[in-house]
Design a protein around this ligand. Structure first.
Ligand code: NAP
Length: 281
């Protein structure tokens, strides 16, 4: 009987695929190129279309752009941010640390930290169509002309009629951005929640709102129903959208999460302190 040679098949570990997104200024572009070269030297594959890890170079704004670019593959992609300006909440590696970061990416299996996202669903009058958006920071709603007037429903019950400049609904990681400028609380991203904050509400004998930011837990839905106008200016992070014939805008914590690659501890409260409290940063 002929003996068949046993062939040992060594499982091939798939190579990590990466992409590098730059803010577009000269410093960020040069750093982007350096990171690309370093990672290629480590034999990693550059893959703009289907990266396992996306390195954003610039600031938090750059990471917002990268997030929206890859929002259809959030389950497969992890993000890490390098800042070429000031320390960011998403962009927390300095240009001087880039060599260290590259070695970490190439050599060590990285830890993943997941942050909650905001799901926004816009429904329209005389139509069954709806548009769904995901925000990493927040969604803001303003009127196209004059004051914004909206009935605010929470979990299906009318909570208040808001009249004022606008409303901001943020994620925990977005709570340090626009929300903070509106007097909202800073929320730790381990809390799956959304925060509703007011922009200059009108409060007098006729109009009344709660006047405080509200933090809603997962599965508590907030619905905005227009009272008069049906056209609004909506922002989803850095994106501006003009929405016409709006029937309602629904907010809740999204099922999806954003994944950040963590190579060292940098606690959230330390980032808050270094960004807003300490002088030396
Ligand atoms: P931008 O007007 O060019 O920059 C807004 C600033 O917000 C930048 O300094 C940015 O940091 C910072 N930022 C972004 N995300 C943050 C976060 N999660 N925590 C703390 N700071 C954060 O606009 P952009 O770069 O396109 O970013 C859009 C964001 O701007 C929106 O999502 C909104 O949160 C924010 N915004 C804030 C205000 C306000 O505070 N009054 C008004 C409008 C919009 P980097 O410099 O590191 O990029």
């Amino acid at each position: 009987m002929k003996k068949r040679k046993l062939k040992t098949k060594i499982d091939e570990v798939p190579k990590l695929k990466f992409a590098v997104k730059s803010k577009g200024d000269q410093t960020s572009n040069q750093l982007q190129q350096r990171i690309k070269n370093y990672l290629r030297d480590f034999d990693l594959d550059y893959d703009e279309a289907e990266p396992d890890i996306v390195i954003s170079v610039g600031g938090d704004g750059t990471l917002l752009h990268a997030f929206h670019h890859y929002q259809d593959r959030l389950a497969e992609t992890a993000f890490v941010g390098v800042h070429t300006g000031h320390l960011g909440f998403y962009a927390d590696w300095t240009p001087e640390e880039v060599e260290k970061l590259v070695i970490h990416i190439a050599r060590t299996p990285f830890q993943i930290v997941e942050y909650p996202l905001l799901e926004v669903t816009v429904r329209y009058l005389n139509s069954s169509k709806e548009n769904r958006y995901l925000a990493l920071n927040e969604c803001t709603v303003k009127s196209v002309e004059g004051s914004l007037v909206m009935n605010v429903e929470i979990k299906g019950d009318l909570f208040e009629t808001f009249r004022g400049d606008g409303l901001c609904i943020s994620t925990p990681s977005g709570s340090t951005a626009y929300n903070k400028a509106l007097g909202g609380a800073i929320i730790h991203p381990a809390l799956p929640s959304i925060q509703l904050s007011e922009m200059a509400s009108i409060n007098n004998r006729v109009f009344r709102t709660v006047g405080s930011p509200l933090v809603l837990p997962q599965h508590h839905t907030c619905l905005l129903r227009p009272v008069n106008d049906a056209d609004f200016q909506i922002t989803i992070d850095h994106l501006f959208l003009l929405q016409k014939d709006v029937k309602s805008i629904q907010y809740r914590v999204a099922e999806e999460k954003v994944r950040f690659a963590r190579f060292r501890p940098f606690p959230f409260w330390k980032r808050v302190k270094e960004s807003f409290v300490d002088d030396e940063y």
